[in-house]
Design a protein around this ligand. Structure first.
Ligand code: F6R
Length: 612
């Protein structure tokens, strides 16, 4: 949450920062701002609204500067407004700072500063931290770097901050704990950002800054230190990402592009790992730790949101194939309770961004208790990937649309391969079943292609139901998590209230909602539960609910019961969730766009939730 960008070098800083902010806008978009440093003068500009609103206010201003920082905000402390937007200026006006994270003990520090006579122009924790740093600098007569180090030892919470100082003309000082920071290394220039997307255009050499590290960044020099003032050698990695991957490529929205990328992202996810002909799955993270995984007393899956839904699907699949007990927990709950985690437990962490604060902290807690952490992560080099003992990347490429789509199907594919691999080693899956599931997995990209060819049919359905005020999504067994995911997608990007339920649970309460105005989406593909779900459809029809069903091609029973339906190619019930979710992603996309919602940046949301 919140995107930060910094630049120091020979180029004009403003255009680099502005472009970077646009790329990072998925992280927050309620206000934005920049601070530019030139000839000992600090100029701060900020504006409520999207980055485009800031851009408009900058027209006609003299923006010549070679050092600057910029921020796009997802509000935590203080409503979205010009005055709460970042960068913040210190009391003397000599420092400017941007921040991604939350300073948890800000109230205490603020009181201390108020007692000393400080006043504040915003409601943010960031302004408190900034003045705290300046106060230390003044009282100790210290450099900004020293003052920052002292201040950070006193604050609790999460931060990635960038600071510039009037009297320090070409330097950006940065620090991180719990919120991401990447530094791009150019020739005589450095780029700083929350992720690599603002950097990729200029350089592929980057340094991922770790927690409790400070960076002193000048055009020709990058110094990394820990909070104890010891120097650390920067570890330079090469970005494996192309600029095209973070651009819309002719699509109206990133979300649509990402939905349509799924045949290739799943192909990339399977490539080099799964060979159905040979009957092999090769994943080094699994192969090197197979004993640990197959002998787990229990597997616990920790994740949030859409990734949690992938975890729920994995619970059903792993228990079925591997006969290992699985528990799926919201990371945000796990971290605050007193969970039982024993040595011999395996934790699977699922995350697209690899930076979700709740998941990260939950993992730290589980690790302290001796659990083995296996990360299923999309963002390469992210914090969750790094904290994990082992893992497997989903290889879906950068996901920019705020609603997760291609990362979800990538997670399902990785978790499926993981379950099959463990089951084969454990001997809990028959030879025939193992081979047929491998073949089915290999066919997924082709089947997704077939679904996408009929996308326009979902546009028609979306038009018909876009006026509904509520939706119900029902599924059973392996498709129950997909019902939850369908409901979440619709809520996120159309602002229509939607609930996902196991279809059999409907009669225990939600059925009271059913009337002639309620669209009920059934995920009713041919599987072991099919007859049961057809009975549930009958129950809805008897109460005049409108049935939209996702069915298997050729299933005439379901078509007769449905007001509208969308057919997908036949698939094994364990594989079907990777397919059934695609029409639901498209349905919510088309409902959202028909309602005029900015589906890539729906209100109140942000990708990469780096605050609690
Ligand atoms: C929904 C969505 C969120 C994320 C959740 C976890 O479309 O994107 O629910 O799934 O915030 O994020 P990651 O997977 O990055 O840990």
């Amino acid at each position: 949450m919140c995107g930060i960008v910094g630049y120091t070098g020979t180029r004009q800083a403003y255009p680099v920062i502005l472009k970077g902010l646009k790329r990072l806008e998925y992280r927050g978009y309620d206000s934005s701002g920049v601070a530019l440093l030139k000839d000992g003068k600090l100029n701060v500009y900020k504006k409520k609204g999207k980055v485009a609103d800031l851009e408009e206010t900058m027209i006609g201003k003299v923006l010549d500067a070679h050092v600057g920082i910029g921020h796009t905000r997802w509000a935590t402390h203080g409503e979205p407004s010009d005055r709460n937007a970042h960068p913040h200026s210190s009391a003397s006006g000599k420092l400017a700072m941007i921040h991604n994270g939350i300073i948890e003990n800000y109230a205490l520090i603020k009181q201390e500063l108020l007692n000393k006579g400080y006043t504040f122009t915003s409601d943010t924790d960031t302004e408190v931290l900034l003045n705290f740093i300046e106060d230390i600098q003044k009282n100790n007569n210290s450099t900004l770097e020293e003052a920052l180090r002292i201040a950070l030892k006193r604050v609790s919470g999460a931060y990635c901050i960038l600071l510039i100082e009037q009297d320090n003309p070409d330097t950006i000082i940065a620090a991180r704990k719990g919120s991401p920071l990447v530094i791009g290394i150019g020739k005589g220039e450095h780029f700083l950002a929350s992720d690599a997307s603002p950097i990729i255009e200029y350089t592929k050499e980057v340094v991922y800054v770790n927690d409790y590290e400070l960076a002193i960044v000048k055009p020709d020099e990058l110094i990394l230190k820990n909070l104890g003032n010891e120097k650390i050698t920067p570890y330079i990695t090469k970005l494996d990402m192309e600029l095209a991957a973070i651009e819309k490529g002719g699509y109206d929205h990133f979300m649509l592009k990402e939905i349509f990328e799924q045949p290739s992202t799943i192909f990339d996810c399977l490539r080099g790992r799964l060979d159905a002909k040979e009957g092999t799955i090769r994943m080094s993270g699994i192969d090197h730790n197979i004993d640990q995984l197959m002998n787990a007393n229990r597997i616990m899956i920790l994740a949030c949101g859409t990734s949690w839904h992938a975890g729920l699907a994995a619970e059903y699949i792993i228990e079925e194939l591997c006969r290992i007990p699985v528990e799926v927990e919201y990371a945000s709950e796990f971290r605050y309770r007193n969970p039982i985690v024993n040595k011999g437990d395996v934790i699977i962490a699922i995350s697209q961004s690899g930076e979700t604060a709740d998941t990260l902290v939950a993992l730290e807690k589980a690790k302290e208790n001796g659990a083995f952490i296996f990360g299923v992560v999309n963002a390469v080099g992210s914090s969750i990937a790094r904290i994990s003992n082992a893992g497997a990347y989903t290889h879906a490429g950068p996901e920019i649309g705020v609603a997760s789509t291609k990362a979800f199907t990538g997670q399902l594919a990785v978790l499926m391969m993981m379950a099959l691999s463990i089951a084969k080693h454990k001997g809990t899956v028959s030879h025939e079943r193992y081979h047929s599931l491998l073949l089915e997995l290999e066919e997924v990209p082709e089947k997704i292609n077939a679904i996408l060819k009929n996308a326009s049919a979902l546009k028609v359905i979306a038009e018909k139901y876009k006026g509904a005020s509520d939706f119900l999504f029902l599924g059973r067994g392996y498709n129950f998590p997909i019902a939850l995911e369908g409901a979440l997608k619709l809520k996120e990007i159309s602002y229509i209230h939607a609930e996902g339920y196991p279809a059999a649970e409907m009669k225990h309460g939600p059925i009271a909602l059913v009337d002639e105005n309620l669209p009920v989406v059934f995920i009713a593909t041919k599987d072991a539960y099919h007859e049961k779900i057809v009975s549930n459809m009958q129950e809805i029809k008897a109460r005049k609910g409108k049935i939209i069903s996702i069915i298997t091609e050729g299933d005439t029973t379901s078509t007769e019961l449905s007001n509208d339906y969308f057919a997908i190619p036949p698939a094994d019930e364990l594989i079907a969730p990777i397919l059934t979710v695609i029409p639901l992603q498209l349905l919510s996309y088309y409902v959202g766009t028909a309602k005029g919602v900015d589906v890539d940046k729906p209100r109140n949301l942000a990708k990469s939730v780096t605050v609690e």
